[in-house]
Design a protein around this ligand. Structure first.
Ligand SMILES: C[S@@+](CC[C@H](N)C(=O)[O-])C[C@H]1O[C@@H](n2cnc3c(N)ncnc32)[C@H](O)[C@@H]1O
Length: 299
């Protein structure tokens, strides 16, 4: 039995002991379809309780007593857009870490360090973290690019964009403040170079890195509307795993279109199998799934 914050029947008082009814098959299917249609995320039968729990928490917060009523609120209620934005934040897995996949960041560094230096003098190097969650991945990319440019002895001319469907995640990312625990295991030199202590147990990304990273809300299903073009590095990890195979391929094709010739696309290990994206050349690596976009005369 759980407490329900019940705004719809004030006579019962603010808190009632009402338990949410179980979700039946038809309702589960309805929510599955809505989520997949709007976000690409497939909720398997194994994740049904995750869906029920998180819908339930939100329904209690707003005093909504049935899955059907909440569904209608989400698809056609007067506050549907705002409520959907809140819900999507609750239903997405936002786990992330600085330097989460060290092999992938090493590959990015090798890629940058082996580019002709002149390239960095002419034009800023542009990187994009797709499905960036609360910002650890794009900030890591910025630190890696900064380190590489220092090593190459060139001015730090680069920009990183982080995009995610979740507005609260994007807002947190923009703040650039993290619990100090998030730095556990990170190299001491990187910690002292790129973070400074902030209030209580938090640390802040230093301005020289923060100023190079921008964030935007973007649903990866709407890539056609995205203004990013000519990217040198696109990093997309732990997002496509929630999508069907055909959709992963579609998204990878769209991302490849946004790469500059010679640009690098990095996915998570195992996120795309048995398929070679057209126009891309696989980077030989045992531990990282990555491709380089062919120059147009190399088809
Ligand atoms: C598990 S996190 C991965 C974070 C980071 N890329 C990493 O590997 O550490 C997945 C992120 O994808 C985002 N996401 C889920 N569906 C999305 C969509 N349709 N468009 C954009 N972002 C989405 C979630 O909000 C979440 O922040």
């Amino acid at each position: 039995m759980s407490y329900t914050h019940n705004q719809s029947s004030p006579k019962e008082g603010l808190w009632s002991m009402r338990r949410l009814p179980d979700m039946d098959e038809a309702q589960f299917h309805q929510w599955q379809t809505l989520l997949e249609h709007r976000t690409g995320i497939t909720v398997t039968a194994g994740r049904r309780s995750f869906l029920e729990t998180n819908l339930g928490i939100r329904m209690r917060e707003i005093g909504c007593g049935s899955y059907q009523a909440y569904y209608e609120k989400i698809v056609s209620g007067p506050d549907a857009v705002r409520e959907w934005a809140t819900l999507v934040d609750r239903l997405t897995v936002q786990e992330t870490r600085f330097f989460r996949d060290p092999d992938a960041f090493r590959l990015v560094a090798d890629y940058v360090l082996t580019r002709p230096r002149e390239q960095f003098r002419k034009r800023a190097l542009e990187a994009w973290s797709v499905g960036c969650s609360t910002g650890e991945e794009p900030y890591t990319l910025a630190m890696v690019l900064n380190q590489c440019m220092a090593q190459l002895g060139v001015q730090p001319l680069y920009g990183v964009t982080g995009s995610d469907i979740s507005q609260p995640a994007i807002e947190k990312a923009r703040l650039g403040q993290f619990n100090a625990r998030k730095l556990q295991g990170m190299d001491d030199d990187l910690k002292s170079r790129y973070f400074r202590p902030s209030e209580r147990n938090t640390v802040e990304i230093v301005n020289s890195i923060r100023d190079r990273v921008c964030f935007t809300r973007l649903n990866v299903l709407d890539l056609d509307d995205a203004p990013m073009h000519g990217m040198n590095i696109i990093f997309c990890q732990n997002l496509l795993i929630y999508f069907r195979r055909w959709r992963r391929r579609e998204i990878v094709k769209r991302l490849a279109e946004r790469l500059a010739p010679g640009g690098l696309l990095v996915l998570g290990q195992g996120e795309l199998t048995d398929w070679q994206p057209p126009g891309l050349q696989r980077v030989p690596s045992e531990h990282v799934l990555a491709w380089i976009k062919r120059q147009s005369d190399e088809e």
